[in-house]
Ligand binder design. Structure first.
Ligand code: ADP
Ligand code: MG
Length: 328
């Protein structure tokens, strides 16, 4: 679906708190009806960016366009966005239905219509049978669905989610992320999901926007960002990569693209420093040229056909096309 109204564009958006830049002149065009993850370490400016889009934080400089409207000065309820908060922020004294219907009550929608709309949303998140409960009679996962329904009842063109899975246990986190993705596809609206977890971003995102130190480091489809990091920061943050200093410059190479051979036949001779069994794979770390540590992740069968131990001399091999040159 291609709907103009869901196209979000940030134009040189800045957030200053006193003299610190939480967000420094970021520009990005978010694709319509897609799942985007804003990914980066704690303190890099993700929440500030999201709050500026939602209207919970003023913009110091720049413009935010949704569709062709500049929404950067509109109150939150007039923007066409809705936000789901990290702690869900449910009203403890209101039932599930009343929590979900809350924004409609604020708008003056009459009771019967509010209830019907809330029940429709509860059905969407599979909570119909808990409609009359209070928030503290719900599990974490159920509270989260209520928060989702409450955000979606305003029929936003973009749903903003700030670390929505971080309060859940690992098992539930994976289940909920599957549901978020499914919901986004069913509704056909854009989700912008803030996370510091690269695995979460890879699992969910059509597009990943990597932030670091108040700026955007790299953007692209999840697979491109993972496969071809452009900076050392992105390579290290995404994980699973080595950063190699070669005579031609710095390169990223996936650990599973590095292979082991005999010491005299590899591209790089190295001495094994650690061997870690990981079930399906074995991670072999070796120190070579210039004391660099390089990790090769080898399929378990391949490794046990020819096991290595710390202290062994090995050759490291790779295909030239697996090297990705990093910007300095
Ligand atoms: P993230 O969500 O990526 O962890 P934030 O956007 O919350 O990052 O914060 C970015 C930077 O802005 C941090 O250095 C943080 O300390 C600072 N910051 C965030 N909110 C405020 C605030 N209300 N007042 C002052 N500094 C803030
Ligand atoms: Mg944050």
């Amino acid at each position: 679906m291609k709907d103009k109204s869901t196209e979000l564009e940030l134009i040189s958006v800045t957030k200053r708190y006193g003299t610190t830049y939480a967000v420094n002149a970021i520009s990005h065009h978010f694709k319509p009806a897609s799942y985007t993850c804003l990914l980066g370490p704690s303190g890099c400016g993700k929440s500030s960016t999201l709050r500026m889009i939602a209207g919970h934080e003023t913009v110091s400089d720049g413009a935010i366009l949704l569709g062709d409207r500049d929404i950067s000065k509109l109150p939150p309820a007039k923007r066409g966005t809705a936000m789901m908060f990290q702690n869900y922020a449910l009203f403890p004294h209101l039932t599930v239905t009343d929590n979900v219907a809350f924004s409609l009550k604020m708008k003056g929608t009459e009771q019967k219509q509010r209830r019907a709309a809330a029940l429709e949303m509860l059905e969407l998140v599979d909570l119909t049978n808990l409609a009359d409960r209070l928030p503290d009679q719900l599990s974490g996962g159920q509270q989260q669905r209520v928060a989702l329904a409450r955000a979606l009842i305003t029929r936003p063109s973009m749903l903003l989610l700030d670390e929505p899975l971080s309060a859940l246990d690992p098992f539930l986190r994976i289940r909920m992320r599957t549901e978020l993705k499914k919901l986004q596809q069913e509704l056909g609206i854009s989700f912008l999901h803030v996370t510091h977890g690269q695995d979460e971003a890879l699992a969910l995102a059509d597009e990943i926007v990597v932030m670091n130190n108040a700026v955007i480091e790299q953007t692209g489809p999840a697979r491109d960002v993972f496969n071809a990091p452009k900076t050392e920061f992105v390579a290290r943050f995404m994980g699973g990569h080595n950063v190699l200093a070669l005579p031609e410059g710095h390169f990223a190479i996936r650990a599973d693209a590095v292979g082991l051979t005999t010491a005299d036949t590899g591209k790089l001779e190295a001495s094994v420093t650690a061997v870690e069994y990981q079930g399906t794979h074995v991670s072999v770390t070796a120190r070579g040229m210039g004391d660099q540590e390089i990790t090769a992740v080898v399929a378990d069968r391949l490794f046990f056909d020819n096991p290595k131990n710390p202290g062994d001399r090995v050759g490291l091999i790779w295909e030239p096309q697996d090297l990705h040159k990093l910007a300095n």
